[in-house]
Design a protein around this ligand. Structure first.
Ligand code: NAD
Ligand code: ZN
Ligand code: ZN
Length: 344
């Protein structure tokens, strides 16, 4: 009899996930099989399950791109990963390895890229098939449950902060201090920046202060753009927008200092207006940023392994997935929920 596993599946967009039993997949040539220990729940999983974006996954699919586990089997020809190693199966599931983007460490925008928990089945399952060339290597000593948020929320914000070009001593705005943002505050402090955290929830802002934010602004009160400009002496050198809200994008561009850079990582569906005169006359850069490459991943994990960044996690069993989604949708998750596969 074949080995069975449980997984949470999106069978229809906008419908609750269904827990089903499947045969454990077999690692084919060039693949590895990972026994999941933990998987973080990212707001992206919610967008995926709702079919929010122009490029949609094909239903049914298993979401989850913060899965951490131990390699239990390797397929023919795999030499870079061994049975027993702890790896993470990230959003960047695989890429072609040969195109202009892959050759220049921009594999995240490879046209052949596959996405974990989106175009490939992900970590809301007891086992995950993975590409050994693109898995995250989890440093020894880092708890798998604490490593989980690093392989999406961590690498995305670490890379996004670098993409702002802000230097030690300068100001950065972190807009949205949820799963991504609570790590962004810590990376930014560890990188020597002054941090102004922006959210619409005072509890999230109190948490940001505990994590080292130098200033906090509630975007629901008064004129948040003016408040940020006052706190930062004319706007932040870098702005990182993680909030899944279009109003945060418009405000974020306006919070950017002259000649500063506003990096967009939040992915609410839709578009937002850019005030051309202000952006042009103030020489502001607005750029998107999408997770990070494999070297960014190794660096983001090293910060966590060294204790400079620590994910604040709430553990839940796989069976709670629909309640977790409901809470995430309503901003009721303090930082990151991580599915703990040792809990049945
Ligand atoms: P989350 O739900 O954990 O956190 C979102 C935070 O934004 C919450 O604290 C919420 O209170 C706050 N917020 C909501 N509206 C706001 C507003 N108007 N102003 C300021 N703050 C506001 O979500 P998450 O897991 O951190 O993901 C955030 C977004 O980032 C999602 O859209 C997700 O898809 C996207 N994402 C992008 C990438 C990428 O590579 N670009 C990677 C991961 C996630
Ligand atoms: Zn994610
Ligand atoms: Zn490529």
């Amino acid at each position: 009899m074949s080995l069975k596993m449980r997984a949470a599946v999106v069978e229809q967009f906008g419908q609750p996930l269904v827990i089903r039993e499947f045969d454990v997949p077999v690692a084919g040539p060039g693949q590895i099989l990972v026994k999941t220990e933990a998987c973080g729940v990212c707001h992206t999983d919610l967008h995926a399950a709702r079919g929010d974006w122009p490029l949609k996954p094909t239903v049914p699919f298993i979401p989850g791109h913060e899965g951490i586990g131990v390699v239990t089997a390797i397929g023919e020809g795999v030499t870079s990963v061994k049975v027993g190693e702890r790896v993470g199966v990230p959003w960047l599931y695989s890429a072609c390895g040969h195109c202009e983007y892959c050759l220049t460490a921009w594999e995240t925008v490879c046209a052949q890229a596959q996405f974990g928990g989106y175009t490939k089945n992900g970590g809301f399952a007891e086992y995950i098939l993975a590409d050994p060339n693109y898995v995250a290597h989890i440093p020894p000593g880092l708890d798998p449950r604490e490593a989980a948020p690093i392989i999406c929320a961590g690498v995305t914000t670490y890379k996004g902060i670098k993409e702002t070009g802000a230097r030690p001593g300068q100001w950065i705005v972190i807009s949205g201090v949820g799963g991504l943002g609570h790590l962004a505050v810590q990376y930014a402090k560890a990188m020597g920046l002054q941090v102004c955290a922006v959210d619409i929830d005072d509890r999230k802002l109190a948490h940001a202060t505990k994590l080292g934010a130098d200033a906090v602004v509630n975007a629901k009160n008064g004129d948040p753009v003016e408040t940020v400009k006052e706190a930062t002496g004319g706007g932040a050198h870098g702005v990182l927008i993680t909030a899944p809200s279009l109003s945060a994008f418009k405000q974020g561009v306006a919070m950017t200092r002259k000649h500063g850079t506003c990096v967009l990582v939040g992915l609410p569906p839709g578009e937002f207006p850019v005030p051309l005169f202000d952006v042009v006359a103030n020489c502001i850069t607005v750029r998107g940023s999408f997770v990070g490459n494999r070297q960014d991943m190794a660096e983001a994990l090293a910060f966590a392994a060294q204790g400079k960044v620590k994910a604040d996690i709430e553990l839940q069993p796989l069976s709670a997935i629909n309640q977790i989604f409901e809470r995430l949708e309503h901003g009721d998750v303090p930082s990151r929920v991580v599915i703990d596969f040792s809990a049945v």
